[in-house]
Design a protein around this ligand. Sequence first.
Ligand code: HEC
Length: 267
Amino acid sequence: MKKVWIAYILITVLSVQNMAVAKPEYLDVFTSVYKTNTEKLADRSCANCHVSVSEYGLNPYGKQIAHELVTANTRTLTADILHRVETMFAFQDGTTNLEKITGGLPPGEAKPGSTAKTTITESAVSPAPPKSVIPKNVFHPAIVHFPIALFIAGLFLDFIGWRKKQHTMLMAGWYNLVFAAVSTVGSIGSGLLAMFNMHLPFKGLIFTHLILASIASVLMWMLVALRIHRHEKMDTSLRVVYYVLAFATVILISYSAHLGGAFVYGE
Ligand code: HEC
């Protein structure tokens, strides 16, 4: 019992200590390292490194510090870490971070009057994402290949079966179509989960992606409905409707996949 208590106290002390190391203390380290313009720096307070005093997203300068912290594998801001980012440019304005700080300018903004962009690319600063057996994207990028591959292969088999009057081919095509339609449910489900997991907003590119993919799914189910119990009995005009719809589905699904890819890999 005693051991459990000791362990409990140790864990508590360690976690409280860990909390104490966190963020707002960074301001003290910062102002004590840069004494030249302490007043201005103190005035700007947390906004030296954050978006504003009430919004704690990191500004480009803060991101450079965060990157150094990650590289040094520490959560304690030291003078050394601050010195490492001094010669860096948070913006493409030809002014180093240190020049801004000693000049009393906010290090997290471009030079006054300059519209220079930040030098920070997101991938350069985000710390390695926590590893989990189930990734945040819930395997969505892998799952989506099922409906696409099954659907296109299914159409192909179906077409051959129809032209050559081969029942087996027709049925193979039919099953591919059904599995494709079923797998769209998994694709959309995993996509939605990924959106929630990553806190993606229901707007913009990724929203268009979702809408297009959903329409493609509905179209696939319509194709299933057209085909069911008909197979060889589909007359030519129904076949034409069927292939027009299928063609529209292929276009939609390709464009939707392109948007999804653009979202993941950037354009
Ligand atoms: C010298 C730059 C600097 C200053 C000044 C600074 N911070 Fe930070 N802050 C950071 C960095 C870098 C991180 C992210 C790295 C980390 O979590 O250790 C961070 C993270 C945070 C976080 C996020 C915590 C988390 O775990 O997600 C909060 C909240 C925060 N700071 C609050 C403040 C407040 C409040 C102030 C002002 C009193 C302040 N910070 C001043 C650099 C700074």
